[in-house]
Design a protein. Structure first.
Length: 113
């Protein structure tokens, strides 16, 4: 068997890993907080009609692997947990990791405009 034929799968796998690495690196370098907030605010609006984009804001997270927590809807710390409330925990490339219950001190933080 020819030696180049043995190394072809290794070269193809290396190239595929390189392309994947460049893609994730590009996303990591160019994504902004505004992009992520807008995406999940739009998702919130699709789930619940009659809401506005201004009902969503984001706070940074101390949780390992979580970059932002996008919070949309009424603040459940003010009253019992509302069905009009959603929380999205997102990693650094803007992917949804889990919903959750951030402590009420974080929920009360509103962005400065």
């Amino acid at each position: 068997m020819r030696p180049w034929l043995l190394w072809t799968p290794v070269a193809a796998l290396t190239a595929a890993i390189g392309v994947f690495g460049l893609r994730v690196g590009w996303i990591y370098a160019t994504i902004t907080e505004s992009d992520v907030i807008a995406k999940y605010a739009a998702h919130y609006l699709e789930e619940r009609e009659g809401r506005s984009l201004t009902s969503c804001h984001a706070v940074p997270s101390d949780e390992n692997g979580i970059w932002l927590v996008v919070i949309c809807g009424e603040n459940p710390c003010d009253r019992t947990l509302s069905v009009n409330y959603s929380e999205y925990h997102l990693n650094r490339i803007g992917r949804y990791v889990h919903g959750g219950n951030t402590p009420c001190g974080w929920r009360s933080i509103r962005p400065e405009t």
